[in-house]
Design a protein around this ligand. Structure first.
Ligand code: UDP
Length: 326
């Protein structure tokens, strides 16, 4: 199995799951946002190999796709902060990278799963969002909508390669995936707020905090991905993967404060002070996951409570390790 972006947060969990079930895994990652330490648990596994390189390197991609049976394409510019701060790099990496991977998969007739995003729906505030919901976007000059468009181009490439060339592709759209090893560095709210609370710092809630999200544990996401990968009926289709347990960001901060017994206060920060120009938030985002559930029997197993308990334990362990000399 080739996993692009395998040293990232989600990729590294996928790699572990594939190795556990007996697959041999090659990771291609340029370590831009991924961390080699994410792969520490698998480095000694003889069925695992790491290749430091880019999905933009056509020769490298050609060789790796050739030697593997199937591809999970996760390499991409991630995180709202990164995409609004580096729009050009994010846009070109995401489109070119997917084009190169899909072309190689087509050349060698490999099964391929592409990871897309709930950002596809833009500011469509329908609840819940079904896979065939409209995309509602603002100006292409706004970085967030440019990112959404790049991911839509990736999806379109996957569909047309399937329809016109018979390539076995499946697209999954991830909604706010969280869990161990997710870095706070790219702006994601749970790793940030949890670390702030554990450090006794103010928790930064953007806007009025009434915007809502549904957070899904990475273990559940990987379970869904593998069920879809294994199911021939998922070929040529797109699936949402996410939780339906909706929370406002303000409630999230209050829950984290209560769980950590932190003295941290919630600090409301205006969007224009939190993000560079060119940022727009969405008020609600809830996936309809009927399609994956009906096809594969997938169900979310972990609650937001489980997710927060684990994230707090991870942040505390990190803090403890940081204060021990050496
Ligand atoms: N957010 C926040 N404080 C932070 C980071 C994010 O209030 O320190 C908000 C952000 O504006 C958004 C929500 O939390 O409304 C989820 O943000 P994240 O970047 O995790 O995911 P996405 O925006 O992609 O849903």
């Amino acid at each position: 199995m080739l996993v692009t972006g395998g040293s990232g947060f989600i990729g590294s969990h996928l790699v572990e799951a594939l190795l556990r079930r007996g697959d041999a895994v090659v990771v291609l990652d340029n370590l831009s946002t991924g961390r080699i330490a994410n792969l520490d648990p698998v480095q000694r596994n003889p069925d695992f190999r790491f290749v430091h390189g880019s999905v933009l390197d056509e020769l490298m991609v050609d060789e790796l796709v050739h030697e593997c049976d199937a591809v999970f394409h996760l390499a991409a510019a991630v995180g709202v902060r990164l995409i609004v701060e580096q729009p050009l790099r994010s846009f070109t990496t995401n489109i070119r990278g997917s084009e190169i991977i899909l072309a190689a998969a087509h050349k060698y007739r490999r099964r391929i799963m592409l990871t897309s995003t709930s950002e596809i729906y833009g500011k469509n505030s329908a609840v819940p969002l079904r896979e065939d919901a409209d995309r509602v976007l603002g100006s292409p000059a706004v970085a967030r909508w440019a990112y959404s468009t790049a991911k839509a181009v990736d999806e379109i490439l996957a569909y047309v390669y399937h329809r016109e060339r018979g390539l076995p592709t499946t697209v999954i759209r991830l909604f706010n995936t969280v869990g161990p090893r997710q870095s706070p560095a790219y702006g994601m709210v749970i790793p940030r707020l949890v670390r702030q609370a554990v450090a006794g710092e103010a928790m930064t809630v953007y806007g009025d905090g009434a915007q809502t999200r549904c957070f899904c544990h990475v273990g559940d996401v990987i379970d869904g991905m593998l069920r879809l990968f294994d199911n021939p009926a998922a070929i040529g289709e797109v699936f949402n993967l996410g939780s339906q347990e909706e929370t406002s960001i303000l409630d999230l901060a209050n829950r984290i404060a209560a769980k950590t017994e932190a003295s941290s206060e919630v600090q409301l920060i205006a969007y224009q002070d939190a993000y560079p120009v060119g940022f727009e938030d969405m008020r609600r985002r809830v996936p309809d996951t009927t399609k994956v559930e009906t096809l594969t029997g997938w169900r979310v197993q972990r609650t937001l409570d489980d997710i927060l308990n684990e994230a707090i334990a991870e942040a505390r362990a990190e803090q403890a390790a940081a204060v021990i000399p050496g």
